[in-house]
Ligand binder design. Structure first.
Ligand code: FES
Ligand SMILES: [Fe+2]
Length: 367
């Protein structure tokens, strides 16, 4: 078992050369921020190495098309959008933004029998949640399934709250981005900040994990006492502070911190742009008395620390070193690789997905 998982890590690392880039299709991924797609402007994006053009109809509905004209492949993003149809810049074929269906081929004469409405530009389901345009990436050769689940959404716990978005690029395969995101052992070394914790506050921890659908949960627990913000929160409410952290395939980490009526909630995704480039999108909402500017500067510091580390790591990974996953600190990473492999296997065989965890387990590490 263990050795297989190490092989998986090698695979993830070698994915850059393999034809299969190690992406998980048939999931929603955030393609852009809603605010970036304005008016009749067209926005280029890339998900899982698929070039996309994003837009919004005059009615406000966001759409995502493959950024390639089905006629000769020129990017449709060079074309013109009239609020409903997108006209290719090369021969003027027009496509309905919301369905991808061809509505006009200017060169056709009245003699031509070509059925224009049978022609479609590549097209993906697109919806907006939490200020992101989410795009459902169906596999390149597959049809979009009839019933697709809704896109992820941040959990909030009161009517009024503050929220903020942050993003940063990682020069890494998504697998490294994800295992970095869930890695408990880098905290004391990468995230040493006066406001958070010092290296000397390292101590042994035991955290309970449980299997959930497509992922695992660090069960509700009182967060470590060595972090000043948690101590402050406890003082404010007088109620215990509990934290629940979930990881869910393909790429999502959610965290909920609650204490009495006060709460903090975040949703972090690592999205594969290309096999050598990922993007972290971080969305947080809270009703704790914390100004957005203050929170942003803390969160930016954290993200930058992770980003700088991943840039350094990418330098090492270029030369394909052998890697290790150790217990217990890297067990979440092992679960991630096993979840991913089991999902791919279940899709291949049509059988139910096997969860790599039998039940709740306690992991111990020092951080
Ligand atoms: S390439 Fe788009 S219309 Fe010909
Ligand atoms: Fe980190």
């Amino acid at each position: 078992m263990e050795e297989n998982l190490e092989d998986d890590l090698q695979l993830a690392q070698g994915a850059e050369r393999a034809s299969d880039a190690g992406f998980l299709w048939e999931f929603w991924y955030p393609a852009a921020r809603s605010v970036e797609v304005r008016g009749r402007g067209l926005v280029k994006a890339m998900l899982l190495e698929v070039p996309l053009v994003l837009g919004r109809t005059d009615g406000g509905k966001a759409f995502a098309m493959r950024d390639a004209c089905p006629h000769r492949g020129i990017p449709l993003s060079y074309g013109r959008f009239d609020g409903k149809n997108l006209e290719c810049c090369y021969h003027g074929w027009k496509f309905d933004g919301c369905s991808g269906q061809c509505v006009e081929i200017p060169s056709l004469t009245s003699q031509d029998k070509l059925k224009v409405d049978r022609i479609f530009a590549g097209h993906y389901p697109c919806l907006e949640n939490d200020g992101y345009l989410w795009v459902y990436m169906s596999a390149p050769t597959a049809r979009v399934p009839e019933n697709i689940p809704s896109a992820p959404k941040l959990a909030t716990f009161s009517e009024n709250y503050k929220s903020t978005h942050l993003a940063c690029d990682l020069p890494s395969h998504i697998d490294h981005g994800i295992i970095g995101l869930m890695d408990p052992a880098h905290g004391p070394f990468v995230h040493q900040s006066w406001f958070w914790r010092s290296k000397t506050s390292i101590h042994e921890k035991a955290k309970q994990f449980e299997p959930i659908s497509y992922g695992f949960r660090m069960s509700a627990h009182s967060p470590s006492t060595n972090s000043a913000p948690y101590q402050l929160l406890k003082k404010m409410t007088g109620a215990p502070v509990t934290t629940t952290i979930d990881f869910i395939l393909p790429n999502m980490r959610t965290e909920e911190i609650r204490s009495g009526k006060l709460w903090f909630s975040s949703l972090t995704t690592v999205t594969p742009v290309r096999r050598d480039l990922s993007r972290i999108d971080f969305l947080a909402a809270w009703n704790v008395p914390l100004p957005v500017t203050v929170f942003r500067s803390f969160a930016k510091t954290f993200l930058r620390q992770d980003q700088e580390t991943m840039i350094q790591q990418a330098e090492g990974l270029k030369h394909n070193p052998r890697l290790m996953l150790i217990d217990d600190a890297d067990r979440p990473a092992k679960w991630y690789f096993a979840l991913k492999a089991n999902l791919i296997e279940a899709r291949r065989t049509g059988a139910e997905m096997v969860h790599p965890m039998d039940g709740p387990v306690t992991l111990r590490w020092r951080s």
